[in-house]
Structure formats: C-alpha cells, structure tokens
Ligand binder design. Structure first.
Ligand code: XIL
Length: 412
C-alpha cells in the first residue's frame, strides 16, 4: 500500500485510483505501434475507450458481417496493461455504415438491435461500461430528441437498445452518453427526465456519460449537474474530456477534475486522446500532453486536483478501517478462462485484497477499481460506488484448478 501511495502522487491513473476512480484516454488501434504514445498510455491511464474501433461502421461494415480486429487489438492491449475498457458506442446516428444509413423503420430497428446483441456479446465480460446510446438529444434548446433515422423507428428506440445490451452483457454498466449536457440546460434536463423515467420503469441504465468537449469555459453548475444525475441512482462519468487551449485550459481541467471528485458516484474521467496531435479537434491543442508527448500545465492541474481529492468513488484509502466479509461466488467457466463474483457485506465502502495463483491472471474486472502489486498476483479491489458486489475474469494460462483467495476485507 505504501508503494501505491507513493505512486499516487506521480501518475493520473494511480492518483485517480487512490480516490477509487479510473483515469482513462480514448485511444486508436492504429497508434499502438507509436512508442511515445504507448509509453504514456501504459504509464498514466487505468482505462481506455476505443476512439472509433467499436462504432457501428467499424464493427459491422456490411450487414451481418462483423469485424472486431481493431476493437480486439485495443481490448488485448488494455488487458495486458491492466486497464479497463469503456465500450463506445453501440447505437448512434453518426458513423453508421452506409448500408444502415439506407434503412428505416422496423428494418432499421431490428438491424440496430441485432448489431447491439452481436457486439455486446462479442465483448461480453471485457467491458466495464458501454455507451449504449450516444447523442440522441437535439441542441434546439427545447430538449427534443434528435431527429434521426433511429428516432424515427419510434420513441422507445433508446430503451430497446438498453434492454438488448443488458441481455447480451449483464455484467457491463450501461450508459447514456451526450455532449452539451455539461451544465443544467434544456438538453441535460431532457436526458435527466429520461433517466428518471427509465429508473422508475426498470429500464436497465447504470450510468450517464458527460462528454465534456469544452471550449474556453466550464458551466458554473457543472458539479451540481453531475450530482443531480447521481441522485437518480446512476453512476456518472466524464467520458470525452478535452478543453480548447487558451488562457483557462489548465484551470478548466482542474475544475472538471474537482467536480468529479466531489461527486461520490462520479466513477472516472476519460480524456479524448493522449497528445494534442492525437486529438480530433485539430489545431485546438485540447489535451494533457503536447504533440511531443510532454506534460502540459493542464496535466499538472489534473494531477494536483486528483492528489488533493479523496472521498467519493471508493473512498480515500484511509487507514483504521473496520472489518467486512467478502464472499466468493464462482461464475461461468470457459475453456480458457472463468468468472468470479465477490459480494461484500458489513461495509458499503470497502477494500478487498484478492490473491491469485500464477500463471493464472485476472484479465478484466467490473464494479470496482483494481490495482495490482508488482507480481501481478495480488489485486486490491476498492468499491467505486457500484454496490456490494464486484467481479473479474481470470485466464487459466494452463492451470485450470487454482481459484482466487480472499486475503482481506477492510471497510471504511
Ligand atoms: C470522434 C473521433 O474522435 C474522430 O476520430 C472521428 O472521426 C469522429 O468521432 N462524440 C463522440 C465521439 O461520441 O465518438 C466522437 O469521436 C467525438 C464526439
């Protein structure tokens, strides 16, 4: 633990982990051979989002023919770095393949549901949270739904998408994700109303993503907007953060980071790229590393905010905790791997240490924030506000008999 704390001062990922959260980046499969890129990626981040590789046009280029090559490359790179993966995005009016753009009505509806089922099934057990539906609301100041071919299949298309995703991968958190929802406004309030309705009617939704593509300012009610969603009983995440370079870039990054830390159900932050040269906002230099891979003032601002923060997510990692009980329930077993779930009783904020037997290796986890010792065999899992149970997938690597051991359970 001392090592973890020392490390917490020096990387975004470790500092976020100390608060019970992840710190992620959107990444591109095509850049994984760039050594500066991969050095920063493996050092600084505990979560990744494929920038384009899991979108509809990438994963189903022709109807019924699925291509997971680039998405799989990102997942396996993340697993070897011990990073969790945010899946992005199952249903979205943009980056639809040409064949789907030409469909409408019930044909489009069933193509969309089939797409969700296939992609979420392919990645089952490997995705921490999916952006199930992306950008479904309009910017008209009225809180209307976006007028898209998906919307024209019927107003219930969003809940149909969430139900299909839940059926395909019950272990993934299911998020609604959008932009211009970063303060209290007509659009965010329309999303809020939808989420409230979904929770009331039992439509499966676990989280709301706030893209946070910001210009030269941040809404004054950014934190209270996050909090009002959290109060509906969903996690909130900052999913695509980038901020135009200008006088306030570093302080805006700091403000956003502090806002997440102040909301206990804000489970993590993802920046939309690593270096300025990787950004989709060409010329705006909106990221934390410059084009040569050097840390910018914005980086320091985020790191300082993370290191000052605590509470929330999984708690601040303080000592003097109380006891709790962690109960193991074996899950699905496949030829090469198996799942385990662990239920914690006696504390709502907890740290569970799980010891594995090499050469078995945990390849993905859910509903908690994991860190590892140097051997890679001892996982420290902290609650992240998702409840009393966490889980993980272990690959056998030749040993099919060993099973995880609970070494400790500490409540706080
Ligand atoms: C962007 C990618 O960064 C670009 O590479 C791509 O050309 C277009 O999409 N909202 C989203 C993201 O949800 O998927 C978008 O990503 C940025 C806006």
């Amino acid at each position: 633990m001392a090592a973890n704390r020392a490390e917490a001062a020096t990387t975004l990922g470790a500092s976020a982990t100390a608060t019970g959260r992840y710190f992620g980046a959107a990444i591109a499969a095509s850049k994984l051979s760039d050594t500066t890129y991969t050095r920063i990626l493996s050092t600084e981040f505990t979560s990744v989002t494929p920038e384009n590789e899991m979108k509809w046009d990438a994963t189903e280029p022709s109807r019924g023919t699925f291509n997971y090559t680039s998405g799989d490359r990102i997942v396996s790179q993340a697993q070897s770095n011990g990073q969790q993966v945010r899946g992005h995005a199952l249903a979205w009016h943009s980056q639809m393949p040409g064949w789907a753009q030409s469909l409408s009505g019930s044909t489009l509806r069933s193509a969309m549901l089939n797409h969700i089922t296939n992609v979420a099934t392919h990645y089952k057990g490997k995705i921490y949270a999916w952006d199930v539906v992306n950008e479904a609301f309009a910017d008209d100041g009225q809180g209307s739904r976006r007028n898209s071919s998906l919307q024209q299949t019927g107003n219930d298309w969003i809940e149909a998408a969430f139900r299909a995703a839940r059926a395909a991968d019950p272990g993934a958190k299911l998020c609604y994700n959008d932009y211009n929802t970063d303060g209290v406004n007509a659009k965010s309030t329309a999303v809020y109303t939808m989420v409230k309705d979904f929770k009331a009617r039992g439509v499966p939704i676990d989280c709301v993503g706030f893209q946070s593509h910001l210009g030269t300012g941040v809404p004054g009610d950014y934190q209270s907007n996050l909090q009002r969603f959290a109060d509906l009983g969903v996690d909130v995440q900052i999913t695509e953060l980038d901020v135009a370079q200008g006088g306030n870039q570093a302080s805006i990054y700091g403000t956003v980071t502090k806002a997440c830390l102040a909301v206990s159900r804000c489970t993590g932050i993802t920046v939309w790229g690593i270096r300025d040269s990787d950004s989709w906002r060409t010329g705006e230099n909106p990221l934390l590393f410059d084009s040569s891979g050097n840390k910018k003032a914005a980086y320091t601002s985020v790191l300082n905010a993370l290191n000052a923060g605590s509470g929330g997510g999984g708690g601040g990692g303080g000592n003097g905790g109380t006891g709790c009980t962690a109960t193991v329930t074996p899950g699905t077993v496949w030829g090469d791997r198996y799942n385990t779930s662990v239920t914690v009783s006696g504390a709502s904020t907890w740290t569970v240490v799980v010891t594995m037997t090499a050469p078995q290796k945990i390849t993905s986890t859910w509903n908690g924030t994991a860190t590892w010792d140097a051997s890679g065999n001892v996982m420290t899992m902290k609650s992240n506000g998702s409840g009393a149970a966490f889980g993980f997938t272990t690959s056998f690597n030749g040993n099919t008999t060993a099973r995880p051991q609970i070494s400790s359970c500490t409540g706080s």
